[in-house]
Design a protein around this ligand. Structure first.
Ligand code: GZL
Length: 319
């Protein structure tokens, strides 16, 4: 793909050329996979955003493997794309390949997960505040439980991923002052329904058939939906015998909420690509460097928030 240099000399031309740049942009996107409903929606929205802007999007699905993401990024560099989007499956191990992108003068934008790497290796990161998400979930439980003794089981996201690390941290901060609320068991469910169900089954077995569990905190709704299945199969009522709090606000958690089987979720927008493409187009058009972090909103939803109506509003958004 030949890079086009525009001899922009006037504002009008800059504006026109800016738009032309968007039409000319070829962007590589290394996506983690399709482990959750939220991830599927992020992919759909990214493809829609690219199409609306006339951006040629090269998509690579890594099947949740970092080595596949690194291979895809190297492929994008070899193709000479104008920019690279990465949703990084884990937080470490990116320095080498991002240095190769930097040496090739190809800007990298991180979507929905942060990494432990020097900030000059990427243009910006578009993510939520994941510690805050965990805090919102924890504060909801603190309010819901009051002073009763509450044994929590935790379904963690993918080991080593920034959301798993940060959502755990935020939740623990929120319950730290409440000696009546303890995390009895915590294990990764890898952000998937299947694993979430499997791990919840083991927690139920270990905790007196689930009767000693007061709440399950899942780092995403997909694991919560799996846990709800396991709770029901154990003959208990999710949402009442065991409270269910999670993160993402995907449509299916609102169906569970409408049935009284889930209690709370913290919304994560699947539209990380819109803000990413906005800053990329400006960067390409006139060199404007964006802030290193573009934060997306986090909003709590509970059964009091018309879950059926929210489901209807979300069900066709690509989840
Ligand atoms: C969080 C994102 C997480 C979602 C999960 O920013 O990376 O990954 O919460 C997804 O649904 O698997």
């Amino acid at each position: 793909m030949k890079r086009k240099l525009l001899a922009a000399s006037s504002v009008a031309c800059l504006m026109l050329c800016g738009a032309a740049f968007a039409a000319d942009l070829t962007v590589g996107f290394s996506q983690i996979g399709s482990e959750s409903g939220w991830r599927a929606a992020e992919t759909t929205v990214t493809q829609q955003q690219a199409k609306e802007r006339g951006i040629d999007l090269k998509f690579a699905d890594a099947q949740q493997k970092q080595e596949n993401q690194i291979k895809a990024v190297r492929g994008f560099i070899a193709q000479g794309v104008d920019a690279i989007l990465i949703a990084p499956v884990v937080a470490t191990g990116w320095d080498e390949v991002l240095t190769e992108a930097k040496d090739a003068e190809i800007p990298v934008i991180l979507l929905d997960r942060q990494i432990d790497a020097p900030e000059d290796l990427y243009l910006t990161a578009v993510t939520s505040d994941q510690v805050y998400e965990g805090k919102v979930a924890g504060e909801w439980l603190v309010k819901e439980i009051g002073d009763q003794a509450c044994k929590v089981v935790e379904l963690q996201g993918t080991t080593g991923s920034s959301p798993a690390i940060n959502r755990k941290k935020g939740f623990e901060e929120a319950i730290a002052a409440k000696s009546n609320i303890t995390i009895a068991r915590s294990q990764t469910g890898d952000f998937t329904r299947t694993k979430g169900k499997e791990v919840m089954e083991s927690f139920i077995k270990a905790e007196n058939g689930g009767k000693d569990i007061c709440a399950v905190y899942a780092h995403n709704d997909d694991m919560a939906v799996g846990a709800i299945q396991a709770i029901k199969e154990a003959g208990l009522k999710p949402g009442t015998d065991i409270k269910v709090v999670s993160i993402d606000a995907v449509p299916d958690i609102f169906l569970a909420m409408a049935e009284g089987e889930a209690n709370a979720t913290v919304e994560l927008t699947p539209n990380m690509a819109g803000p990413a493409f906005d800053v990329l187009e400006k960067f390409k058009a006139d060199g404007t460097v964006p802030p290193k972090w573009i934060q997306t909103e986090s909003k709590l939803f509970t059964q009091a928030d018309d879950p059926k109506g929210v489901y209807e509003s979300k069900k066709d958004l690509g989840y």
